[in-house]
Design a protein around this ligand. Structure first.
Ligand SMILES: *[C@@H]1O[C@H](CO)[C@@H](O)[C@H](O)[C@H]1NC(C)=O
Ligand SMILES: *[C@@H]1O[C@H](CO)[C@@H](O)[C@H](O)[C@H]1NC(C)=O
Ligand SMILES: *[C@@H]1O[C@H](CO)[C@@H](O)[C@H](O)[C@H]1NC(C)=O
Ligand SMILES: *[C@@H]1O[C@H](CO)[C@@H](O)[C@H](O)[C@H]1NC(C)=O
Ligand SMILES: *[C@@H]1O[C@H](CO)[C@@H](O)[C@H](O)[C@H]1NC(C)=O
Ligand SMILES: *[C@@H]1O[C@H](CO)[C@@H](O)[C@H](O)[C@H]1NC(C)=O
Ligand SMILES: *[C@@H]1O[C@H](CO)[C@@H](O)[C@H](O)[C@H]1NC(C)=O
Ligand SMILES: [Zn+2]
Length: 912
């Protein structure tokens, strides 16, 4: 369980190999991986694709005829085990290409008579034997038919082997292939990551198989239900140091090498495999990062989190070791490879002096998320990608429980309201949203699979599972879960299998009563998109609900009564607050009198309500106003009590909502009045924190950031002087870690080329990834157009901005009012290139579109015909995001037209 760092004595000489066995070090073979969700600044990177072979998106209807025209395997053959040998070359060949070679023998059983072997293979150059791409033999009694013909199908990513006779049902065969592939820098399949240490370029071979990239590494039955055992041998350079006992020296093709054999894996899915060849050290990071003790915090929390899950799931950790690796180039945030989890550096490494509290929280929650998958996802795997929401939603929920156990003082459990609930409310309130659950046959192609890795799957999945857990109570939920994991260990499931086991747990607990079956209750949340707004009329006690849609014109469904409850009828000073602790996935509205009573309660005694409920009142009010269910001025009034608020979550909730006003109005006269109001509200918070010395609290970040951008007296000067001191003495950074993001951004925004170039130098020199990430974000804050344009160009050059960071950098620039039109022009002008590079990736690519179009609010912007102009190029995994952007822009236009005058009036009155 990787509690110890192993430091190689010999790193300078060459490469280390991390091994899968607990003893080993240089090649890490790992077995499990997961795509990580976007959080904070650590947006997942980009799913860069091979520039040569992006599938052209088909605009014409294609009707499959032959078995190999279908994206799903026919199911007539089932893999049992693989023997795979891989030899990555960490130096380019004579053509300047980095490659790997390998061979694989897959043992499979025939379960349905067929004369076809259809197996995934993508971008591998296969060696031919007598003109065929593979060799076939029978195992035991079975005699293999001869191969008649074999060919590759590029569109569906198959190797097809046609036989002269049929395979016999029940018989077992071995298919052998030999192949060569490119060890590209595209963050998919078996790929390479590069970094410079002490002036020397280092190359790491690593892998990312989820969702459909194992087939780029070796021919395999690449579907999650096709579980098998894997016996892996990795061949690596002699210059490398391997601490594995299984490593032997050898000479292959005249090259002296080391051959490391891994223990056979457990029965598992292809997408959870991983291989890494590198000079990493245990807890797996660059040597410099380990020397700086950046891995120590991750090591400290891993043990407690694993212990937490063993208890929570009531199931032992399924493997004999746990390794975690931080990689300089990594597409997602992290990947739950079984026993060898891979991370972006920002998600695993933490420096006690240089990193902020936010960085530390991110490390804890990402580790907690990935380790949750070691059982849920890896031990028991969903049958197909249409149920991805259950895998990711589950991990996104329990990550808060694991993190809370490791860091009990942080109130991590409350944060789900900000980071998942409010985030997904925004997306799921659109008419272009979609249900959590998709039918299996609606998700086939790799791009459709990638599109499943979205906010709905992660965040809505998380909040409806949390709702269910709180509803049936956590102990009952955990008991059902444990039964589910034990029943299906090493197998595959569909989401209803979990409902069955939770139902069983409910039935076994007489004191729990639920009004309908778990299945029927959950269908309401998983089979239909969106969520309700519940309206409580405290004059009558009547409760109604309807589908909440941000654009009131997009659908007109009348509210239907739920019931009348006398407890909800109040008078005098009494108030009603529904959705305590925000455990339900719905918004709440009240009659005007109850709203007024809640607002006066906030202004006199806000602590009577929980922190998350305070945050949610604000968020509900602002969104109800946007949907024209309540007045905009009522929403604005929920912010009046904030001059007394000292907690982070309500402030953050308010600022996010006011951010919409800033986006909509920062090009108009409303902005001045808004600034004056916010300045007035934030002043007490700023003064409060100014008087205390060092605070670990996130509020101070908000206070300083907002105070400065709203022009609070003394703020700019303070920031400028800190940054100036740092410029004068670059080796000594005087800025408090928690304030860095804000100070860097503000100093660059108030400054010019000199401040920007200094940040660029520091960015390039940064040895801590989270520091680099902060600077990268801050450089987008400049108001100087040519600096922004130059920065946009840098995103096309991987030597300046890593591919994993390109799309999020463009988004940072688009967030800036000066940068938005520049970023939009840039993206439109280079759409086909950007699409080729990143179109297949998941999160970041669709975030790119939604990020840039966020502040669109004019007819002119809507009519820019971006969609029509680029139909021929396609939108890949951003298709849905583009639809959502168009819908949001339409809503923004209406909102601005209708609200500008009253908003201006309100801010003007309230700021004096
Ligand atoms: C696979 O490749 C390795 C290295 O080239 C070689 O030693 C081994 O014999 C090959 N295995 C098979 C079954 O051909
Ligand atoms: C695979 O073969 C094709 C065609 O011969 C060649 O162009 C390509 O470079 C090869 N790939 C690698 C990684 O060598
Ligand atoms: C591995 O090698 C070390 C050092 O040579 C030895 O002490 C240890 O017993 C070996 N372990 C195994 C499992 O062979
Ligand atoms: C890790 O734990 C040790 C022992 O409790 C502690 O001394 C050290 O400060 C911790 N490191 C970090 C980075 O939290
Ligand atoms: C709300 O959360 C607090 C703190 O977690 C807990 O003590 C309280 O019982 C919860 N209230 C409800 C109604 O669930
Ligand atoms: C608020 O809404 C009510 C109707 O619900 C309306 O009569 C009133 O004029 C609105 N107030 C403002 C300031 O728009
Ligand atoms: C760059 O980083 C190195 C190593 O951390 C440090 O010694 C050097 O002073 C830095 N240079 C500047 C200009 O900060
Ligand atoms: Zn995950």
């Amino acid at each position: 369980m990787g509690k110890v760092y192993y430091v190689s004595q010999n790193v300078g000489l060459g490469l280390l190999v991390l091994a899968v066995s607990a003893l080993a070090t240089i090649i890490a073979l790992s077995i499990a991986y997961d795509k990580e969700k976007a959080k904070n600044q650590g947006k997942p990177g980009d799913g860069a694709a091979d520039s040569t072979s992006m599938p052209t998106p088909s605009t014409t209807q294609f009707t499959p005829k032959e078995p190999w025209d279908y994206y799903r395997l026919p199911g007539s053959l089932v893999p049992v085990s693989y023997d795979v040998t891989l030899w990555p070359r960490l130096e380019p060949n004579k053509d300047g290409l980095y490659i790997f070679t390998g061979n694989s023998s897959v043992v499979f059983r025939c379960v349905e008579e067929t004369d076809l072997i259809i197996i995934h293979s993508n971008k591998l150059n296969l060696t031919t034997f007598n003109g065929h791409h593979a060799k076939l033999s029978g195992l035991g009694e079975a005699t293999a038919p001869t191969i008649k013909k074999s060919w590759l199908v590029v569109k569906t990513e198959y190797l097809v082997v046609q036989l002269s006779n049929r395979l016999a049902v029940g018989a077992t065969y071995v298919l052998h292939t030999e192949f060569l592939g490119e060890l590209a820098d595209n963050l998919e399949g078996f790929y390479r990551s590069e970094y410079v240490e002490d002036g020397v370029k280092k190359v790491v071979a690593t892998s990312q198989m989820q969702a459909t990239y194992a087939r780029k590494t070796f021919p395999c039955f690449d579907e999650p239900a096709m579980k098998a055992l894997f016996n892996i041998i990795i061949i690596h350079n002699q210059g490398t140091v391997a601490l594995s006992n299984e490593t032997v020296d050898s000479v292959i093709e005249g090259v002296p090498v080391k051959v490391t054999t891994f223990e056979p894996t457990e029965r598992m899915s292809t997408y959870l495999l991983a291989f890494i060849v590198s000079d990493f050290i245990r807890i797996w990071a660059r040597k410099k990062a380990i020397d700086d003790r950046q891995g120590e915090y991750a090591l400290n929390v891993t043990g407690p989190i694993l212990q937490f899950y063993e208890r929570y799931y009531n199931a032992a950790y399924p493997l004999s070791k746990s390794d975690q690796v931080a990689l300089p180039d990594f597409n997602a945030g992290a990947m739950e490879n079984w026993g060898l989890v891979t991370y972006r550096e920002t998600a695993l490494l933490y420096d006690p002096v240089l990193s902020s509290t936010g960085n530390k929280e991110r490390v804890t929650s990402v580790i907690s998320h990935e380790l949750a998958h070691m059982w849920f996802g890896n031990l028991v795997t969903l049958k197909w990608w249409n149920d991805l929401w259950l895998n990711e939603g589950f991990a996104s929920y329990v990550e808060y429980l694991g993190a809370d156990y490791a860091e009990p003082t942080w109130n991590m459990k409350d944060q789900i309201v900000l980071y998942d609930m409010q985030k997904v409310f925004a997306v799921d309130a659109l008419a272009s949203s979609h249900p959590l659950s998709r039918k299996e046959d609606e998700v086939n192609e790799p791009a459709q699979i990638s599109e499943m890795f979205n906010t709905i799957s992660y965040s809505k999945g998380a909040v409806v599972l949390r709702m269910l857990s709180e509803f049936i109570t956590e102990p009952v939920f955990a008991r059902g879960l444990s039964a589910y994991l034990n029943t299906f260990a090493f197998g595959n499931t569909v989401y209803t299998d979990l409902w069955d086991h939770l139902q069983q747990a409910v039935e076994n607990t007489p004191e729990i009563f639920i009004p309908d079956s778990v299945h029927n209750i959950m269908n309401r949340w998983t089979l239909q998109m969106g969520f309700p707004v519940v309206t409580i009329d405290t004059r009558t006690g009547r409760i109604t609900q309807k589908h909440f849609l941000l654009d009131p014109d997009s659908e007109s469904v009348l509210p239907y009564p739920v019931n009348t409850n006398s407890l909800m009828r109040v008078s005098g000073d009494g108030w009603v607050l529904a959705n305590t602790n925000v455990s339900g996935y719905f918004r709440v509205n009240y009659d005007p009198d109850n709203w007024n009573r809640l607002l006066s309660l906030l202004s006199t005694n806000h602590q009577a309500l929980s922190v998350v409920n305070r945050a949610q009142i604000i968020d509900d009010a602002f969104n109800l106003a946007r949907a024209k269910i309540i007045n905009t001025t009522l929403a604005l009034r929920t912010t009046k009590y904030l001059s007394k608020e000292r907690d982070y979550i309500p402030w953050e909730s308010a600022l996010r909502n006011l951010d919409y006003y800033i986006l909509m109005f920062d090009r108009t006269e409303v902005y001045g009045a808004l600034q004056a109001y916010l300045k007035k509200q934030i002043q007490p918070l700023f003064e409060h924190f100014k008087t205390i010395t060092v605070s670990q609290i996130l509020d101070i970040i908000n206070a300083i950031g907002i105070a400065c951008s709203m022009g609070v007296k003394g703020c700019r000067e303070l920031i400028k002087s800190w940054y100036r001191q740092w410029m004068e003495n670059p080796v000594h950074n005087p800025i408090l870690a928690n304030l860095k993001s804000t100070v860097y951004c503000s100093a660059i925004a108030f400054g010019g080329v000199e401040e920007w170039d200094f940040a660029w130098t520091m960015f390039q020199n940064a040895t801590l990834a989270s520091e680099a990430s902060r600077l990268r974000s801050a450089m987008a804050c400049t108001k100087v157009p040519w600096l922004l344009n130059r920065y946009l160009e840098y995103t096309l050059d991987p030597t300046k901005i890593r591919k994993q960071d390109a799309t999020s950098t463009v988004q940072y620039i688009a967030r800036n009012v000066v940068g938005m039109p520049l970023a939009w022009n840039f993206v439109r002008a280079r759409w086909s290139y950007i699409f080729q590079q990143y179109g297949k990736g998941s999160f970041s690519f669709s975030n790119l579109i939604s990020g840039i179009t966020r502040r669109f609010s004019t007819e002119f912007e809507l009519q820019e015909k971006f969609k029509e102009d680029n139909v021929h190029v396609g939108f890949g995994s951003a298709t849905l995001a583009l639809e959502q952007s168009i819908e949001k822009t339409t809503a923004n236009i209406k909102w601005v037209t209708e609200n500008k005058a009253s908003v201006l009036k309100w801010f003007t009155e309230e700021s004096t």
